[in-house]
Design a protein around this ligand. Structure first.
Ligand code: URP
Ligand code: ZN
Ligand code: ZN
Length: 460
């Protein structure tokens, strides 16, 4: 099996040049001007197109039992949507209930993805309980190839951990050399604010925001920074939504905390008013932390441009509007939290970032691919176009024009929060380890071909 991509403009996190890429089997084996004398099984003419390393989404939910229901995608539907949108690797959150054994949860999630996913995948191991028995499982899970944990400072009584557990988790992470990703919101404040709002008869989706205002998230980030400082652990703030919480993470960094900040495409393009739409429509855009005031948009874009924010993810969490979001009619605390976006991240980010002049091509690749590979132990196998890297490549047509719609998207969910938005670019050809998996908006890959990516701990 060999593949030749001719004459594309190769764009990585630090380079941009025109060349051919030759892939043998699953790997990039030659990069050169006008490669000749070879007989490739498949030749793709990328003249006038960008060639990016496969994009990596470091925060998705696919199998997710949550808030009395479950996210809608399967690993087939999610990986198909990811690939058509240019994402060749995702990192899924394993989110066990507190009573579940971590090792069993790891095996359950792995079993759901393996033999089903068309793109490569790995997981962050959710630590929803931390006692001696669970710690033993986490050590085994790290031996089996995961090198990142996930803790929730929110969702008390469900996924949330106590401070004692947070401290133990970070100590364990430090000892094992794994990074801890964290959902940062103060769980007790949320519960109190929810009770107060409901008691006042404020039950609609527009009140979700007021149960989790920026201060609640900033307090969560501050909390994580303190614990990370005390334990010397590497941490990563997932779905960082606003200026207040980014500033808390940066203050932590100034004190020496090794922290990386993630934001989401939703927080760059949607805002609080999207969750305030009448007739319960706002429920489509209820997620946690909530969509913020528009004034945060330039702050987040600048953070991405200047390297203060490391990654741009989706936190893909698809719940149907009709049967699932409606569970929260009359009580916003029961609306399943989440916004589906796995398929649209790259095109929206390219359109509003690169095309609109907010970030350059190098930062685009860095924040949507390379940084996640580096932070989570996948580089240079992923996130790079260099000899020996996996042949995960995206031939990108920046002249394409299209409109996002639930009528045409491939995610298994009945609405799209970006409905009607224009995109100025599309993945024309997407390869996973040397094989074409999407072309011109159509899935051409193979379910089950996606590989579980083992990752080694970093001893810091
Ligand atoms: O609202 C969200 N973010 N839903 C998914 C679960 C989580 O907190 O990441
Ligand atoms: Zn979260
Ligand atoms: Zn999430």
């Amino acid at each position: 099996m060999s593949l030749l991509i001719r004459n594309g403009e190769i764009v990585t996190a630090n380079e941009q040049y025109v060349a051919d890429i030759y892939c043998e089997g699953e790997t990039i084996t030659r990069i050169d001007r006008c490669i000749g004398g070879i007989d490739a099984a498949e030749v793709i003419d990328a003249t006038g197109k960008y060639v990016f390393p496969g994009f990596i989404d470091p925060h998705v939910h696919i199998y997710l039992p949550f808030m009395g229901t479950a996210a809608k995608d399967t690993h087939e539907t999610a990986s198909r949507a990811a690939l058509v949108g240019g994402t060749t690797t995702f990192i899924e959150m394993i989110c066990p209930a507190r009573h579940e054994k971590p090792l069993e949860a790891f095996e359950l999630w792995l079993g759901k993805a393996q033999g089903k996913s068309a793109c490569d995948f790995t997981f962050h191991m959710g630590v929803t309980r931390c006692d001696d028995e669970a710690e033993h499982d986490f050590e085994e899970i790290v031996r089996r190839g995961l090198s990142s944990f996930k803790v929730f400072l929110a969702y008390k009584g469900a996924f949330g951990v106590t401070d004692e557990e947070l401290y133990k988790t970070l100590q364990l992470a430090k000892r094992l050399g794994v990074i801890t990703t964290a959902h940062c919101e103060n769980a007790d404040l949320i519960l109190e604010l929810q009770k107060k709002l409901l008691a006042e008869g404020k039950t609609g989706p527009e009140y979700h925001y007021w149960s989790r205002p920026p201060a609640v998230e900033a307090e969560g980030v501050h909390h994580l920074m303190t614990f990370a400082e005390m334990t010397g652990t590497h941490v990563y703030t997932v779905h960082t939504s606003c200026e207040e919480s980014v500033r808390e993470a940066l203050l932590g960094a100034q004190r020496g905390v090794n922290v990386w900040i993630e934001t989401l495409i939703q927080y760059l393009l949607l805002d609080r008013t999207d969750a305030e739409k009448p007739n319960f429509e706002g429920a489509k855009n209820v997620m946690s932390p909530p969509l913020r005031d528009k004034k945060n948009h330039p702050f987040l874009w600048n953070g991405l441009r200047q390297g203060l924010i490391a990654t741009l993810a989706t936190d893909h969490a698809p719940f149907d509007f009709d049967a699932q979001k409606r569970m929260g009619e009359g009580d916003f605390t029961r609306i399943p939290n989440g916004i589906p976006s796995l398929e649209n991240r790259v095109d929206l980010y390219f359109t509003h970032g690169v095309k609109h002049g907010r970030i350059d091509l190098q930062r685009f690749v860095e924040t949507a691919s390379t940084a996640a590979a580096k932070i989570f132990g996948l580089f240079p196998r992923k996130g790079a176009i260099q000899l020996g890297s996996d042949a995960d490549l995206v031939v990108y047509d920046s002249n394409y024009r299209g409109t996002i719609s639930a009528r045409t998207h491939l995610m298994n969910v009945d609405y799209n929060s970006f409905e009607g938005m224009q995109v100025e670019g599309r993945a024309e050809v997407v390869t996973v380890r040397g094989k074409v998996a999407a072309r011109d908006g159509h899935f051409t890959g193979a379910f089950g071909r996606g590989q579980f990516l083992r990752r080694e701990p970093t001893h810091f």
